[in-house]
Design a protein around this ligand. Structure first.
Ligand code: NAI
Length: 349
């Protein structure tokens, strides 16, 4: 099913608002989810709405949170999310970080006690649109085996980075520290597709191609991805005094309890370093260089990081955003949720 950006945003906003989220938070959440879908990051788009709606309806997201932003130093601050919507809290915290970095050159803002915030390049794009560099990391629920381990400890702990260029294009890295994000397993389930055997293991720790048998995900590049997940957990969990490692709350259990996830935004103002004009010019130059690199057999072109998502964005602008039919049916229905996530083992069928 193809839908326009405006249609999708309005359907998502209405559903989340009807589930109980206040209108401005539902608006931001819808914007973050559409940002993902329109770039082909379907694992973090409309597919998540029913889960959020169930969590909101059951009281697991504070619909009237006392958001509180507290500066702790000239370049540091903590945004308290009070168990509220993660998309809204992370966006507002990034707005503050951008203002601080414009003034002081750099800002580090911790966001604490929030629910899931989605595709986190939304927030680093926010920074790049304002001519500053955005970096963000966040915790996610434990579902990844540490290198050499047979049971999960860390989450898929993503890392995002965006730099502005001379035009509206941006250089972006946005990745889970696992071979694939958990949402990709959910997406494969929703489409009834097999997954490569390098993504995840079953309950015996054996690689599996069946998305319904996944018991834990594998970190990227063995000990290196494991180390990156550790770094993300230290920066967005331990640094903010939040639960860490396998004590991070599960996305799909206890849907009536607030989550206490952490996220850390780091914003750097190029004007305080090489200068904004020089910086943006060279970001454009490096994109150009990468596009000119001779491509390997099987590849038509070398894309700069994030360009794959830009290509999807351009296609969807022309043809509409491609949404799984069942998800569209749910969005246009009167149903708030089908009670399918609460106390459900995330790895069960
Ligand atoms: P991915 O594997 O699709 O892409 C990772 C990176 O590789 C992206 O920056 C992408 O632009 C780049 N890339 C992909 N193909 C490319 C190509 N041909 N040439 C150049 N660059 C290319 O992303 P992944 O790891 O599946 O993550 C998906 C989303 O999940 C992200 O938005 C992430 O923030 C989100 N996520 C959110 C979590 C949360 O708890 N909030 C947890 C885990 C992931």
């Amino acid at each position: 099913m193809r839908v326009t950006k405006e249609q999708l945003k309005s359907l998502i906003k209405n559903k989340l608002h009807r589930a109980g989220l206040k209108e401005d938070h539902a608006e931001i959440a819808a914007d973050v989810l559409v940002f993902a879908d329109e770039r082909g990051i379907h694992s973090h788009g409309a597919m998540r709405v029913e889960y959020y709606a169930e969590r909101i309806a059951k009281g697991g997201i504070n619909t009237n949170p006392d958001f509180n932003f507290k500066k702790t130093g000239p370049c540091t601050a903590v945004f308290h999310g009070d168990g509220g919507n993660g998309h809204a809290a992370a966006k507002m915290a990034m707005d503050e970080a951008i203002n601080m970095a414009k003034e002081n050159g750099v800002a580090i803002v911790g966001v604490r006690d929030i629910s899931h915030s989605g595709a986190i390049s939304y927030f680093t794009h926010q920074a790049a649109k304002e001519n500053v560099l955005g970096f963000s990391v966040c915790q996610s629920d434990p579902m990844v085996v540490p290198f050499g381990g047979a049971e999960p400890y860390y989450g898929t702990n993503p890392i995002a980075f965006t730099a502005p260029s001379n035009d509206e294009r941006m250089l972006t890295l946005d990745m889970a520290t696992t071979v694939q994000a958990w949402g990709k397993i959910l997406h494969a389930r929703s489409k009834n597709e097999l997954i490569p055997n390098t993504w995840a293991v079953d309950k015996n720790g054996e690689p599996t191609t069946n998305p319904f048998e996944v018991n834990a995900l594998l970190p990227i590049a063995g000990p290196k991805g494991y180390g990156l997940a550790m770094m993300v957990d230290v920066l967005s969990g331990i640094l903010l005094g939040l639960p860490f490692g396998n004590k991070v709350s599960s996305m799909y259990e206890n849907l009536s309890e607030y989550r206490h996830l952490g996220q850390l935004h780091i914003v750097i103002n190029p004007a305080f370093f090489t200068g904004l004009t020089e910086f943006k010019k060279n970001i454009s130059n490096t994109m150009e260089d990468l596009n000119q690199i001779k491509s390997a057999p099987g590849f038509s072109k070398v894309l700069f990081p994030g360009e794959n998502n830009d290509l999807v964005l351009a296609e969807y602008k022309e043809k509409g955003i491609d949404i799984v039919d069942e998800i569209y049916e749910y969005l246009i229905s009167d149903t708030i949720h089908n009670n399918q996530y609460d106390h459900k083992n995330p790895f069960a069928k």
